[in-house]
Design a protein around this ligand. Structure first.
Ligand SMILES: [Zn+2]
Ligand SMILES: [Zn+2]
Length: 313
């Protein structure tokens, strides 16, 4: 798997911003947390893909007898505060745990606000390392992501206090939350958050629904295996990293998408290094999605074309 520097990540996010600005938004935001199942809530759908809206990233909470587990923390302190406010309209139990499904900023940059409440931040080992390596630089370059100083006011990188390898089970008193690492996919350390009794799965960016996925750091062969594993799980509802509450049909569609994308992208980039031209050709064979058209080009640039040298700093 190729590794990408922060320069590439920055380009990706800048492009995301542009997409957000250009796209006027057909999806509607959840104005507050939506109850997915008893004591499980999520932000689902998106207002838009703007940086200020965490690029439309989802997040959620699981409430147990002994406290609350938060899944992902959005892009900034102000986004985390919005999330906290909504949590407090539902429950005043202590927030004990924060799980980052992966290291990307739209899922992990609100960590500090929850850590300040006493929550233990948790992720898979590889993405804990990725956040450590890239997080501070990304925050320092917030402007290049389309985020103003005001947007990022009070935002601090908080690294996971607890990182695991393959599996971690968290007992919330009357329910167990399973954190499952199934191998490299969207990132090196993307994980699943599974509630076996409720048959609910938070998939992070392993699943995009209604969005073209970002594949720049992805390993397609392994990612497809992870999607197969999800398809074999006892699951009714899946909260993707971006997009509405999903089902196994969306998981199958995502698998087909990745395979088709990878095959065509290899074919096209064998003869052309023109990202715009390749992306336009890709658009003809890919299924239409409501959001994230520009991610096609970014995935092509970051995964299938030679990487420009990142200038030394
Ligand atoms: Zn995301
Ligand atoms: Zn991501």
């Amino acid at each position: 798997m190729k590794r990408y520097g922060i320069g590439i990540l920055r380009q990706a996010v800048t492009a995301l911003l542009i997409i957000g600005l250009v796209h006027t938004g057909t999806a509607l935001a959840a104005e507050s947390l939506t109850e997915i199942s008893a004591n499980v809530y999520a932000y689902v759908d998106t207002r838009n893909m703007s940086a200020q809206n965490s690029f439309g990233a989802n997040a959620g909470i699981i409430i147990g007898r002994d406290g609350i587990l938060v899944v992902d923390t959005l892009i900034s302190s102000s986004e985390a505060q919005r999330f906290l406010w909504d949590i407090r309209t539902i429950s005043d139990k202590p927030i004990r745990y924060v799980v980052n499904t992966h290291h990307h900023l739209d899922h992990a940059f609100g960590n500090a606000d929850f850590a300040r409440q006493g929550a233990v931040v948790i992720s898979q080992l590889k993405d804990a390392a990725n956040l450590k390596t890239h997080g501070q630089a990304a925050l320092g370059n917030a402007k290049e992501y389309g985020l103003t100083e005001q947007d990022m006011e009070g935002t601090e990188i908080v690294l996971p206090a607890l990182a695991f390898g393959d599996r971690l089970d968290i007992d919330l008193g009357d329910r167990t939350v399973q954190l499952i690492y199934t191998g490299v996919s969207h990132t090196e350390g993307s994980i699943l958050v599974y509630l076996p009794e409720s048959k609910i799965l938070f998939a992070g960016d392993i699943l995009f629904t209604g969005y073209h996925p970002y594949m720049g750091e992805g390993n397609i062969e392994e990612w497809v295996k992870v999607l197969d594993r999800i398809a074999a799980m006892d699951v009714d509802k899946i909260i993707p990293g971006h997009g509405p509450v999903s089902t196994k049909k969306d998981v199958r569609d995502m698998k087909e998408y990745l395979i088709a994308f990878d095959k065509k992208a290899r074919e096209l980039t064998a003869t052309s290094q023109d990202a715009g031209q390749v992306a336009a050709e890709m658009g003809k064979i890919l299924p239409p999605k409501a959001e994230g058209e520009g991610l096609i080009r970014m995935s092509i640039e970051h995964k299938y074309l030679p990487q420009p040298a990142v200038p030394a700093k």
